[in-house]
Design a protein around this ligand. Structure first.
Ligand SMILES: Nc1ncnc2c1ncn2[C@@H]1O[C@@H]2COP(=O)(O)O[C@H]2[C@H]1O
Length: 214
């Protein structure tokens, strides 16, 4: 749910410190700022140093679907650079975000000259395929309450807080359905499986549920 890639982050921190002339700059974005807009052409690639962004597709019916939350070391904008296509989705800060901004010519030169960089990038893209496929299967094959419980547990574990609207957009449902599922989950008191039996009893889970109560 919240992706990070600390290997990518340490590579770019080291590279920009050792190659000041490369013009990699660090930019800060306020929460709510959309630094990549779906359908546009961009000339930079971003590697997140701090903070969390959401990466989402807006459909023509006005609904948004959150593909992934991107944290430390995650790259954004690489598809447009590699495939020479318009940006697949939008990327927006949901907390204060700082990111390394890499001009696309430098990104391409790193791919052709640094096998370390290319290996990290290939690993990242492979992980994205694995995670996106696993999530698609999970969300199709389990009940909504089960997916919601898993999403809540991840937030409790990682001490992050995601708005109700964003959680609904991540699960691909309306806020109304989200509230209904949350109520069902609270009323039922959890699932009788070894993995989830005690989740609702976690201290920070109680606080999370209080905040979200419909
Ligand atoms: N499945 C995914 N998981 C994580 N990030 C993604 C995924 N799909 C797209 N992105 C990111 O969102 C960015 C939007 O702009 P780009 O299409 O240039 O590049 C995209 C990727 O960096």
């Amino acid at each position: 749910m919240l992706r990070t890639n600390l290997t990518f982050l340490s590579f770019i921190e080291r590279f920009s410190a050792e190659n000041r002339e490369a013009n990699i700059i660090l930019k800060s974005f306020k929460s709510g700022y959309r630094f990549i807009e779906q359908g546009e052409k961009i000339s930079n690639i971003y590697i997140i140093k701090d903070g969390i962004s959401k990466c989402f597709i807006s459909e023509e019916n006005g609904k948004d679907f959150i593909i992934e939350f991107l944290g430390k070391g995650e790259v954004a904008g690489e598809l447009e650079a590699i495939k020479k296509m318009d940006c697949l989705c939008s990327v927006e800060a949901i907390s204060e975000v700082t990111a390394y901004v890499i001009p696309d010519h430098l990104f391409h030169s790193l791919i052709s000259k640094s096998s370390e960089f290319t290996t990290i990038l290939l690993q990242e893209l492979s992980t994205r395929i694995i995670q996106t496929s696993t999530r698609a299967s999970f969300q199709q094959l389990y009940t909504l309450e089960y997916a919601l419980l898993k999403l809540l547990k991840l937030q409790a574990d990682e001490h992050i807080s995601i708005s109700k609207e964003d959680m609904a957009a991540y699960l691909g449902i309306s806020v109304r359905s989200f509230n209904r599922s949350l109520k069902q989950l609270i009323d039922k008191g959890g699932f009788d499986t070894p993995e989830f039996k005690n989740i609702l009893q976690l201290g920070n889970m109680k606080k999370l549920l209080e905040r979200l109560k419909p």
